[in-house]
Design a protein around this ligand. Structure first.
Ligand SMILES: [Zn+2]
Ligand SMILES: [Zn+2]
Ligand SMILES: [Zn+2]
Length: 174
């Protein structure tokens, strides 16, 4: 199993995550003879501001603000498509948002642990889950083209800050 859950939800030197992501992106681009143009790099950089996913409109807004000119949606969507294609980012369907991939160089499938409180997302991949999905699909005669599993809940730090709802005791009235 691979996962970045030990960093995603905790205080850490995030600059290292960002540096690693940009280095991996450059390697991947040169291996594929693709160009990490300034706009592609800016979008990736934005997505690596934190471990929280960003929607396309937030990206457009932030890029326009930082560059001082209006960045058009198709420009950003093209950059996102490029980064998706290279496996440098993922799209979270339920949130309609994008997140940087922490391990683009390993073969993995995408399980996301989405914290509903702080919004941080950790990415994991586990062979046992992959196998279960593939065999379930096979039994159904279904050919899998892509799989994304999004699991909603609370990360460890948020479990202690979010108040637990008082347990109701059925039948006991006060
Ligand atoms: Zn980080
Ligand atoms: Zn990934
Ligand atoms: Zn959290």
């Amino acid at each position: 199993m691979i996962s970045n859950s030990t960093t995603a939800y905790r205080q850490h030197d995030h600059h290292r995550c960002l540096k690693a992501a940009l280095a991996q992106a450059r390697n991947r681009c040169s291996a594929r003879k693709a160009r990490l143009t300034p706009i592609r790099e800016s979008v990736l950089h934005l997505l690596w501001q934190s471990h929280r996913p960003l929607g396309a409109y937030k990206i457009i807004e932030q890029l326009s603000a930082s560059s001082g000119k209006r960045i058009l949606p198709p420009t950003v969507y093209r950059a996102l498509d490029f980064l998706l294609e290279l496996g440098l980012i993922h799209r979270l369907a339920t949130l309609n948002a994008y997140i940087g991939c922490p391990f683009p160089d390993s073969v993995h499938s995408d399980y996301f642990l989405v914290c509903r409180e702080c919004g941080s997302v950790a990415e994991c991949s586990a062979d046992s889950v992959n196998k279960a999905i593939v065999s379930t699909a096979e039994r159904a005669g279904f050919r899998v083209e892509s799989q994304t599993v999004e699991i909603l809940g609370l990360c460890t730090p948020c479990q202690s800050t979010v108040e637990q709802p008082a347990l109701e005791q059925p039948g006991v009235k006060q």
